[in-house]
Design a protein around this ligand. Structure first.
Ligand SMILES: C[S@@+](CC[C@H](N)C(=O)[O-])C[C@H]1O[C@@H](n2cnc3c(N)ncnc32)[C@H](O)[C@@H]1O
Length: 271
């Protein structure tokens, strides 16, 4: 068992994964990588790790599946409520002021590393509930995990996954269906789920509010910095950036301004 992945193989795989996604594997999470690779090899009926590595170099689709398999997709609705309190009480009023000045009614939101969709749907519920007419939010939700994106696109969540949705929001934004809940159309229409690897430029511009929470934690500092610089380019002047509450840009040379609100800390592109 211990020989499944030699040290040299481990280095090969972790370099490939890092180069392709920014996700960093170290000795401490080597066992996770090994178990995910075992699954892929079993699926492809390949016995030798080097053979699978050779396949990855020539088969882009398999590379996508392998990257998907090494991601951690843990998420939930209304994860870290203080962020949403800051969004409701601070960010939305500030963004509305800017929008009013510009005569623009669209608020462009990006949930980067959206996993199975709970984060963008949480955002959609809040915007639907809190934005005054004629303002509307347009949400792009992206991830490199195809499996996760499919769940997000379906908008169906089993009963156990719905924990965290406020009582008043459940009947308003979900239909009870079999053993779970289906997100209503009006919410689904607000979100576009997209495959996107944060290693690359997304092509997004003029984003007003960007959520990228609990994603950077899997990257090393160089990869984090590259992603943060690309976010800068994707965001409008004065736009707001939320990262995970255990993540920080501290010590990183970025142009983002740190903002401490009464509810949570976030960042602003304060040009
Ligand atoms: C732990 S989940 C976080 C989900 C959600 N943002 C939250 O905070 O609940 C991390 C997500 O980041 C995605 N991810 C990791 N590396 C990525 C990359 N290079 N490009 C896009 N998504 C990535 C994973 O697939 C996973 O779905």
């Amino acid at each position: 068992m211990a020989d499944f992945l030699s040290d040299a193989d481990f280095d090969l795989y972790r370099k490939l994964i890092y180069d392709e996604s920014g996700i960093t594997f170290s000795a401490t999470n080597r066992a996770i990588l090994e178990s995910r690779l075992r699954e892929r090899l079993r699926e492809k009926q390949i016995a030798v790790v080097r053979d699978y590595y050779a396949l990855l170099l020539k088969d882009k689709e398999e590379l996508k599946l392998m990257l998907d398999s090494v991601t951690t997709n843990l998420t939930r609705f209304f994860r870290n409520q203080p962020h949403f309190d800051a969004l409701i009480n601070y960010v939305i009023p500030e963004v509305l002021k800017i929008k009013k000045e510009k005569g623009d009614t669209k608020i462009r939101v990006w949930s980067a590393g959206c996993s199975t969709g709970e984060e963008p749907y949480t955002l959609a519920m809040i915007f639907k509930d809190k934005l005054p007419a004629p303002y509307q939010a347009e949400i792009v939700a992206s991830d490199l995990s195809l499996k996760s994106l499919m769940v997000g696109k379906s908008g169906f969540y089993p009963e156990t996954r719905i924990v965290g949705v406020p009582d008043a929001y459940l009947p308003k934004f979900f239909d009870k269906k079999n053993n779970g809940y289906q997100v209503k159309d009006e919410l689904m229409k607000m979100i576009r789920f997209d495959y996107h690897n944060l290693k690359n430029d997304s092509g997004q511009r003029n984003i007003d509010i960007l959520f990228c929470r609990n994603v950077l934690i899997y990257f090393d500092e160089a990869a984090q910095k590259a992603v943060i610089d690309r976010f800068w380019d994707a965001m409008a002047a004065k736009a707001y950036l939320f990262i995970g509450h255990s993540e920080s840009l501290f010590g990183m040379k970025t142009k983002f301004e740190f903002l401490k609100t009464d509810w949570a800390c976030l960042y602003q592109k304060n040009t």
